[in-house]
Design a protein around this ligand. Structure first.
Ligand code: GRF
Length: 216
């Protein structure tokens, strides 16, 4: 059983999908604690409702990032966490922290990485006129939104989509792939080779999907 801590900053819908997945008897991971940098995060309510220990480590209480990261690290150790999922956690963790937890931190990002790192991904995807968008679960490296990709899910962009409904559609996919990716990690089925993650025993579709083509 893999003991996981979830780091959040806000709404916590990804946290909720992980709570629900971990509730299944045969799921190979369990959530030992939830840490938020934001005392107002709704995700803290979700954790409490599921009887999961919570902790607020407010970045505003620290002089610098190093001290903040150190406090997060201490809290993780007191939860006895062995693995971390960032789920809408809006702070950057410094390279010392990431190195200490190397290959033991996952993040979810609402784009098909390496495209559209950073914020406002669906606005930028629409501006760029992409035919597909989606989401990515990856291993965290010190550079923002970088690291070996575990799983991605894609969807075709509808010409009627605006950033809000596209974000909502992508978020639904996030809730599917994040628990799946955590499960693969907890099962020890992922090996990292350079910037690539190889999944043991995975079957990949032989034919890809294509973007919309003219009908006449
Ligand atoms: C998600 O889109 C996630 O990919 C991004 O922030 C959002 C958080 O949503 N990093 P929630 O807090 O999990 O509802």
């Amino acid at each position: 059983m893999l003991d996981v801590a979830i780091l959040i900053s806000g709404h916590g819908s990804n946290l909720q999908s992980l709570i629900e997945a971990c509730a299944a008897e045969d799921f190979p991971a369990r959530i030992v604690g939830v840490i938020s940098n934001n005392p107002e995060a709704y995700g803290l309510e979700r954790a409490r409702a599921a009887n999961i220990p919570t902790s607020v480590v407010n970045h505003r209480d620290f002089d610098d990032r190093e001290a903040f990261d150190e406090a997060i690290d201490q809290q993780l150790r007191s939860f006895k966490a062995k693995f971390i999922c960032l789920a809408g956690f809006m702070r950057i963790l410094d390279s010392r922290f990431v190195t200490r937890w190397r290959d033991r931190i996952l993040n979810i990002h609402p784009s098909l990485l390496p495209a559209f790192k950073g914020l406002h991904t669906q606005e930028r995807a629409l501006e760029a006129g992409v035919r597909f968008t989606g989401c990515t679960v990856h291993i965290v490296r010190p550079e923002m939104d970088e690291g070996p990709i575990i799983l991605q899910a894609a969807l075709a962009v509808d010409p009627e989509d605006d950033a809000d409904n596209l974000s909502a559609k992508v978020l639904k996919l996030e809730h599917v792939i994040y628990p799946e990716a955590l499960k693969l990690m907890a099962q020890g089925r992922v090996s990292i080779s350079g910037n690539r993650a190889v999944i043991d025993g995975a079957r990949y579709p032989e034919q890809g999907i294509i973007s919309p083509v003219p009908t006449s």
